[in-house]
Ligand binder design. Structure first.
Ligand code: PLP
Length: 466
């Protein structure tokens, strides 16, 4: 039976079955394995349809991934054709043509000397791969002590053990273990929450000084890598101060610390380019991790682009037989790589230019929401943005607000025809990159109404007087 798209009864069955048999991601202990999440039955362009047949703008583009939009027939067809030709081959002893061709095209877009790709199944496994590669690299170089990883508050790098150990968002680690002995946490580069009275340039200096000081304290000989998202995505679309990333990159180079740019969200068009590290931020990392938009979410695929210099060093080392004992069954999956190639065609031929053209309009329209007293800041870049709600603008304190303010806004917007990604007191907007100006107008009008209705609710319930 088709579920969703108007077949309300079948949709209700699916929700009930899920409640009985499905453990959904990021559940609360009190409702784990017993949750009724909104059913989505269909997708088309920038829209999705819920179990009641209601059409919604897909505000988060799935999870920042449906970059070229839903229901792209050419992507569906290429998956079918590739599966009929070769559905899988072992990457342990053999290879396939789509993975090689995709690696060549990814390397063409990558900054600096990033020349080779190792494929994974998604973003967490990409970060995990980059970190294990750093460990291997330093073992082969005879530096087994050089393994600590620098990460930052506000970071999100995934849900596998080591990648998750880097996470720095509030609440992510409250109930979860991590490899804390391997990770050093630094401040979030969030200008909105910089110390009171400090300007942004001084804040950048403070972050850079902290970075230097921690390296001096610990010793560069013990630090293997820095991992950072160029724009912290799930932390609330946090744009670092101008020049900060270049300065951190230089310090890493000076201290022989690998700079790993986590572009799982920012790559493949979200910021108007295939990779943002070079084209938007002017940096050349040692490795870039990617996932999501590489297939526009049509197939689970991720990877790491690796610097030629690192590979060359390994080849020339005194340990030609040392083995990087790391690989996933689905590394270099032919169907994933074939769909990624077609997706890259679409991005290059039409979507990247469109994304760059509409981005200023998208940001400017969303910025008008700062007129609402509940909104502390609207910030963003390219086609990613965050509407951050605050209890009052002076203290910028989000915690005095009912924590579910994002969820409340999402509920109103759902009624009005927009799916929002609520993050505590923030709403993150990252629609498919194909969104038109008219559709941006619709999205912002709904969000404005959703926030206005939430303000009325909060006033009525005595939770907020703004
Ligand atoms: N890195 C970043 C920056 C992410 O935003 C995410 C997921 O949102 C990940 C890594 C993890 O990717 P995945 O969920 O595909 O494992």
């Amino acid at each position: 039976a088709r579920t969703g798209g108007g077949d309300a009864e079948a949709g209700q069955d699916a929700v009930e079955t899920a409640r009985r048999h499905l453990v959904q991601p990021w559940p609360m202990a009190g409702s784990v394995g017993a949750e009724a999440r909104a059913l989505i039955g269909e997708g088309d362009g920038i829209y999705i349809t819920d179990g009641n047949g209601k059409r919604l703008i897909d505000g988060p583009a799935g999870m920042w991934c449906i970059n070229v939009g839903h229901r792209r027939e050419e992507l569906a067809k290429v998956m079918y054709d590739q599966a009929m030709q070769l559905s899988y081959n072992t990457p342990w002893y053999t290879m396939n043509a789509p993975s090689a061709e995709l690696a060549r095209r990814i390397a063409d877009h990558a900054p600096g000397d990033l020349s080779h790709v190792f494929y994974t199944t998604g973003g967490s496994s990409a970060v995990e791969t980059a970190l294990r590669f750093m460990q291997f690299y330093n073992n082969v170089r005879g530096r087994p002590e050089k393994k600590l990883i620098l990460s930052r508050g506000g970071a999100y790098h995934g849900s596998t053990y080591l990648a998750a150990s880097l996470n720095g968002r509030p609440r992510d680690r409250d109930w979860m273990d991590g490899a804390d002995d391997l990770v050093v946490k630094l401040s979030s580069p969030d200008p909105f929450r910089r110390p009171k009275g400090m300007d942004v340039a001084a804040f950048a200096d403070m972050l850079v000084a902290e970075f230097r000081d921690r390296i001096a304290e610990i010793g560069a000989e013990r630090i293997g890598a820095f991992v950072g998202e160029p724009v912290q995505a799930s932390g609330g679309v946090i744009l670092p101060p101008d020049g900060y990333l270049k300065r951190i990159r230089a310090i890493c180079r000076d201290n022989d610390i690998l700079f790993i740019s986590d572009e799982v969200v920012t790559a493949f068009g979200r910021l108007g380019h295939v990779f943002a590290s070079g084209e938007v931020f002017g940096i050349d990392p040692d490795m870039i991790t990617f996932a999501k938009g590489v297939t526009s979410g049509y197939f689970p695929l991720g990877g790491v682009v690796i610097s030629e210099r690192l590979l060359e060093e390994l080849r020339r080392s005194n340990h030609p037989d040392a083995m990087f004992a790391h690989g996933l069954t689905y590394t270099s999956h032919p169907v994933g790589c074939a769909v990624a190639l077609k997706n890259l065609d679409i991005l290059e031929d039409e979507v990247l230019a469109h994304a760059r053209a509409v981005a200023p309009y998208f940001q400017a329209r969303l910025k008008t929401l700062e007129e609402l007293p509940l909104v502390g800041e609207v910030r963003g870049l390219g086609l990613m943005a965050c509407v951050e709600c605050v209890a009052d603008r002076e203290s910028k304190n989000p915690l005095q607000l009912d924590r579910a303010v994002g969820v409340r806004i999402d509920a109103h917007c759902h009624e009005l025809g927009l799916l929002v990604r609520p993050l505590i007191n923030m709403c993150v907007m990252s629609p498919p990159l194909t969104i038109s100006r008219e559709q941006i107008d619709d999205m912002v009008a709904i969000l404005r109404e959703g926030i206005s209705r939430t303000m009325e609710d909060l006033r009525r319930e005595g939770l907020w007087q703004g």
